[in-house]
Design a protein around this ligand. Structure first.
Ligand code: H2B
Length: 99
């Protein structure tokens, strides 16, 4: 599968507008969640892991008890691509269902 190409700054700003909760941090997409407890946080991560594997696009993330922080970038492209926005949107949908 051809990998998407790096997005330009203007495209990134435009796409960010339809991605609630996500910010740009050091050139990456970043969002933090706080869930009800560890099981909910890890349940969300488990579901997103399956989506990520299917996309062959993987998050940089961390979890402490009920908190999950996700940072997205496309390492192969050295920046943000459409894959990052697709995975971010999938995370938003899953997190919505978790709460
Ligand atoms: N995930 C992310 N976030 N960026 C990548 O560039 C990337 C990936 N590359 N997952 C994929 C895997 C690549 O290494 C494999 C070989 O397709």
């Amino acid at each position: 599968m051809p990998r998407p190409t790096k997005l330009a700054d203007a495209e990134i700003q435009e796409k960010l507008r339809s991605l609630p909760g996500w910010t740009l941090a050091d050139g990456r997409l970043r969002r933090e969640w706080r869930f009800g407890n560890f099981v909910e946080a890890f349940g969300f991560m488990s579901r997103l892991a399956l989506v990520a594997e299917k996309m062959d696009h993987h998050p940089d993330w961390s979890n402490v008890y009920d908190r999950v922080v996700i940072e997205l970038e496309t390492h192969d492209a050295g920046g943000l691509t459409q894959l990052d926005f697709d995975l971010a949107a999938a995370a938003n949908r899953l997190a919505e269902n978790e709460r």
